[in-house]
Design a protein around this ligand. Structure first.
Ligand SMILES: C[S@@+](CC[C@H](N)C(=O)[O-])C[C@H]1O[C@@H](n2cnc3c(N)ncnc32)[C@H](O)[C@@H]1O
Length: 217
């Protein structure tokens, strides 16, 4: 049998180009790993991310959903920015600030990018607070959850509490910005994954750059 028979489907060139150019914080290798995981996990059930921002991670995940052809990505963000993205903070981007409303807004960039990537039918934007959405989310279990919303202790714990138990057996729970070394970044996602990996329901799958991944047993 030829090697090509085993080749993993590749991301669409256009989607990849849009993802790489989109504003955001995800490294290319992390995006590729999300793509690989979602290709498998979206066959189990829909994928869901908390933290759409301008669509970078969503395009890697959403294009995998499109290729697998079964379930979409739900992408949750209130689009008002996290604490560290507000004026005066380390990750503030003045081009994403609405000077009329006096607040951050990433929805227009996100919407434009998923359209340019050809993923309007595969990425379902949910413009709301993650914990509010979870309160009304009923029976739909998920193939993959990617937590990249607020990075404070309370936010990460809340997102874990709201969404982790929706992951199906064999599905993935991913966290961005997992830094074992405190000198490299905030500790909330790292501490959360350390806690979760000690629980019997999770198997530690690995750390890829700063993308921490657990798999549900
Ligand atoms: C680090 S950015 C996400 C980056 C994105 N995943 C990427 O690949 O570029 C974090 C995002 O989480 C959103 N966010 C923070 N807290 C949230 C919450 N409680 N509910 C929904 N979105 C939230 C912010 O508005 C911000 O856009």
């Amino acid at each position: 049998m030829s090697g090509a028979a085993h080749a993993r489907p590749a991301m669409a060139a256009r989607a990849r180009e849009v993802a790489i150019q989109a504003k955001g914080f995800l490294k290319e290798a992390e995006g590729d790993k999300l793509f690989e995981l979602a290709l498998e996990a979206s066959r189990l059930g829909p994928c869901l991310e908390i933290g759409s921002y301008c669509g970078k991670s969503g395009i890697f995940l959403g294009d995998a959903c499109r290729i697998a052809g079964q379930n979409p990505l739900f992408s949750i963000d209130h689009h008002r920015g996290s604490a560290e993205q507000q004026p005066g903070q380390e990750y503030f981007d003045p081009n994403l600030y609405d000077c009329v409303e006096n607040r951050m807004t990433t929805l227009a960039d996100f919407w434009r990018n998923i359209g340019r990537a050809g993923l309007d039918s595969w990425i379902i934007p949910v413009a709301a607070d993650s914990s509010i959405v979870s309160r009304y989310w009923r029976d739909t279990s998920l193939g993959l959850v990617f937590i990249d919303g607020g990075h404070g202790e309370f936010d990460v714990l809340s997102d874990y509490g709201c969404w982790a138990n929706r992951v199906l057996s064999g599905g993935y729970l991913c966290f961005h910005d997992v830094y074992p070394d405190p000198a490299r970044g905030g500790q909330a996602p790292y501490q959360m994954i350390q806690y979760a990996r000690a629980l019997p329901e999770w198997e530690y799958y690995g750390l890829f750059e700063s993308l921490g991944v657990l798999r549900r047993r």
